[in-house]
Design a protein around this ligand. Sequence first.
Ligand SMILES: [Zn+2]
Length: 293
Amino acid sequence: MKLSKLIVVVAFVAAVAVCGVAFSGQTAGSEFLVPFPAHHVMGNIYFVGSKSLGIYLITTPQGHILVNAGLAESVPGIQESVAKLGFKFSDIKILLISHAHYDHDAGAARIKELTGAKYMVMDADVPVVESGGKEDFFYGDRNDQRYPAAHVERVLHDGDTVTLGETMLTARLTAGHTKGCTTWTMKVQDGGKGYDVVIVGSPNVNEGYKLVSNAAYPQIAGDYERMFQVLRSLHCDVFLGAHGGYYGMEAKYARLKDGGANPFIDPDGYKNYVNERETAFQAELAKQRAASR
Ligand SMILES: [Zn+2]
């Protein structure tokens, strides 16, 4: 075997080994990479995610905003979805995320490379995305949660706005799930009416999270409580989230065909979801407090 050929083979084996680890760890038992039809949500918002990943394209005449990057392996699917909707992937100017976990940010480096988009991330999540997951308070030492690091062009703070063309999104810090977990809000015009859109960052307490005596994140329980206050304070007409499961994406998509009212307008579904998640959080907190006594 010639040396050049050998190098190619060795490089390929190394690439498979690296991607293989990341792939099996990050997608095992999930529907992250199961394709789902790209669709119009409302106004200038489109769904370009997968069966379980909430990824949104917000279009403007001055270019587009992408909310969430998915896994590194999600990028070709996002490109396909954007093209199917009749938009250009290369017109994405700004990349935002719900929070710094691999299922929402691992594809960021690749998307930035392909589009030149500016990456804008909430302050406390910036060290995590810029270290490829190493700085995460919980998953930091898990090799299977690593991903390509990506540079952040703009550091966001609670209440900051992101503007492109006539579209403006507001970043609300809803920490707990990650230290910089972000819930995005925006107004959308559809059929001559204005609607309030909420893209929920994540209200979930992951398996293994310590809410009590957490040295890596001492204020975690207080942050979750503040997060629920923020979510309860938001007026929501159009309910979206970092995962389709938050808002019943599949069932709502099926109802689009009926041609009735837009199924994504769901203020009661939003309120019920926030209440249900807060009850689950309080139960987990009570359980952990009792066990620590
Ligand atoms: Zn997460």
